[in-house]
Design a protein around this ligand. Sequence first.
Ligand code: M6R
Length: 607
Amino acid sequence: MCGIVGYTGRRECRDILVNSLKKLEYRGYDSAGIAVIENGSIKTIKAKGKISEGLESKLAETGKLDAVTGIGHTRWATHGEPSDINSHPIGNSRITIVHNGIIENYRKLKSFLIDKGYNFESETDTETVAKLLDYYYTGNPIEAISKAVTDIEGAYALGIMFKDYPDMIYAVRKDSPLIVGSGNGEMFIASDMTALLEYTKEYYLLETGEIASIRADGVSFCDLHGNKLTKQIQTATWDVSEAEKGGFEHFMLKEIHEQPSAVKKTVSPRIKDGLPCFEECGLTDEMLRNYHHIYIIACGSAMHAGMIGKYIIESLARTPVIVDIASEFRYRNPLLKSDDLVVIVSQSGETADTKAALELANEVGADTLALVNVVGSSIAREAKMVMYTYAGPEISVASTKAYMVQSAFMYLLAFRVSLARGAISEDECRTLVKKLEEIPDLISDCISDLDPYRKAASRLIGADSLLYIGRGLDYALSMEGSLKLKEISYIHSESYAAGELKHGTISLIDDGMPVIAVATQRELLAKTISNMREVKTRGAYVIAVCPKGTAIDAESADEIIEIPAADDMLMPLVAVVPLQLIAYYASVLRGNDVDKPRNLAKSVTVE
Ligand code: M6R
């Protein structure tokens, strides 16, 4: 899950490559590098660390580069520690490459190449590809690429430069994303469109088994046998400003603020005559009536959105919903049948485990519906049906607006399944839809004053560990709150079903341990309050998150964060906002890199 870019055109390419790479840093930031062709020679500059730390200092020492063709890479280390030597581009004086993915048979290829007299410098799997290309190269790039990728097992998106073809970039991919951007007298490659929005909105999606030969005035495509291919150019709908901070200190804060409009954009086009409508993907009421089970499969925050889906679909439509972590689902021989619906949820549409789960569901013959944010991503293309969330580009590694719109979509699905199955009437459905449409204003209310969240966060930053507790939908939401905090503040936390504490976990509570209690479900309030008291009497510092006017006294909570009230069922869409902001400020106050937390990358394209 690295980011790759490439440029060939008339402009000096160094700054274009670095600028585009910065847009992809969310994919990995262990090291970064570029290679350009200057005066007929390949010149490589690369360094450990984020672009602003390593690569830019080296480039400052290097000075101007007289080059109009180059490739670049930002790395999330898998094979070989983050270091200068393991950074990309990797190659020799005649061929150099950037790679996103994992070469599974690299050990075998490496010993083959060592037998042929090659020496290896790095610990990366990528170096075997660079050397393999060199081994096969006899003057024809397409032939060398075809032969090399035929030997490779695993996932790859490769940007390749040959010294002999100084105006060209070559690209090939399997299972890792890659697009070819088309500008005016200049062409690009990138892992995704966010890298290129500043330069062009026109692009081609490279498919597995296709090779792109790119020069300043255009691109030609062929298959691995050299047969010419014709491809359709696409136009991105995202705007360049959406991939910039726009005055906010961090992308995460900006993305939290974009949630009201993201919900509107995702929900509104799916409402027809006051009712949810899935015509765009061909999901009919008859189909919804006949599914035996609904599976929701995803990873991380997307899976947590699925948990909200499970609670509301089951309680409203009385239809069984199984939520599965994609990496578990695919290896546990699930009881999936061809009359089930599998909803695959993914912001990036590239998450390796989620994609593999989709492939499994397709193999079984189940109907698959992808709920994806990135248009044209692998998951969107491989599912039988696709519906897009309209969150716009999400840059911060911690998901906020993508989780929000995935959860909002779960309500649309729950309402339509309930209607199709006769669990609610059309009038009831219209009322629910209306309430859902009011949510964006309540989210805006929530973010009109950020002080309570900053204050709550300041209470947490000294803690070694804390708990999030809740019941029902509040428990589903606690999972997301806890993940967000861990991910960016590095404070350990667990989410617990409040009623389960007494079965072991309550022994963790000692003096001053923070407990965040989510208490938005009126039916469960008395019980949640009892659980808050139980931890408070044992020394916990309880911060309650609840709708305005909820009767919670000083015996139950030390601090209360009041949020606007909505229908209980819809409260997760409002209550997640304080949890996101508490995590955000905890990270800021601890001096962390909010948008690029350690050890992580946004797009997890490895298992
Ligand atoms: O792109 P995806 O939605 O498939 O990503 C799934 C998870 O990797 C993602 O939600 C992750 O958990 C976030 N970093 C959490 O904030």
